[in-house]
Design a protein around this ligand. Structure first.
Ligand code: SAM
Length: 238
């Protein structure tokens, strides 16, 4: 497993303890640009007796050395487009599971400010606070949409109540080996074309081919269509 943008590694240590106590054979790497965090977290892992299982790397989410490629990618509140870097890295690793709770969203908010709003949606963006909140929703909807184009079943859920943090959305994705349907491609393309935006994740994945369409396009190994079948997109986890 990897925890991208791990900071003080509260999640890293909690995830290791939770999973190892359930008998899972887990190794976990925490990645953060800050060398001081790497030193502090490494010392803590050693004090806990977990030094051979929980390690830390100082480097960027985009290119920190993590070997072997992880099965599961965590990213909790990686700032702004660092979440996009985490999702892109997960796609390139072909990670089986991705759990990413985004933080602030500035990228699409800036793009929306710089372009005329397509009709008939002016009321959505006229007020600054509404435009920011709409940009948040658009960003995470497009992130989930892009993950679907790259072979993931993706859903967006609330992982804690908003009284704990307003940043309480979780993008939860599982690699299915499913190629996207034409409808999924069109949904994504129509949305970015209409709003004239280029999400950072799209740019980061530009050189990564979409998941290839297998025989029986848009169907996974179980024969199910490559759409979420887990109910409404936004709902409370657990
Ligand atoms: C808001 S903190 C969250 C820390 C931790 N995940 C948590 O929730 O407690 C974001 C962390 O991401 C790190 N970070 C931001 N951009 C990064 C990047 N491109 N590569 C690696 N680390 C990054 C920052 O140094 C910071 O420690």
């Amino acid at each position: 497993m990897v925890d991208l943008g791990c900071g003080n590694a509260y999640l890293t240590f909690a995830a290791y303890r939770y999973l190892s106590q359930r008998g899972l054979d887990v190794t976990l790497v925490g990645v953060d640009v800050r060398e001081d965090q790497r030193r502090r977290n490494t010392e803590l892992a050693e004090r806990l007796g977990w030094g051979d299982r929980v390690s830390f790397v100082a480097g960027t989410i985009a290119d920190a050395a993590v070997e072997p490629a992880p099965d599961l990618v965590l990213a909790l509140h990686a700032c702004d487009t660092a979440t996009d870097e985490a999702l892109a890295r997960a796609v390139r690793w072909k990670a089986r599971w991705v759990l990413a709770a985004p933080c602030c969203h500035h990228d699409l908010a800036a793009q929306l400010r710089a372009r005329p709003t397509p009709a008939p949606y002016e009321l959505l963006t006229r007020q600054g606070i509404l435009r920011e909140r709409f940009a948040d929703v658009l960003t995470d909807a497009l992130r989930a949409g892009l993950l679907r184009l790259h072979g993931y079943r993706a859903e967006v859920v609330e992982f804690v109540d908003s009284q704990h943090t307003p940043r309480n959305l979780l993008i939860r994705a599982r690699r299915t080996g499913t190629g996207p349907t034409d409808e999924q491609r069109a949904d994504y393309r129509d949305l970015v074309t209409q709003w004239q935006v280029t999400p950072r994740l799209e740019t980061l994945l530009a050189d990564t081919p979409e998941h290839p369409l297998p025989d029986g396009a848009g169907r996974d190994e179980t024969g199910a269509a490559g759409r979420d079948e887990t109910g409404p997109e936004v709902r409370r986890a657990g």
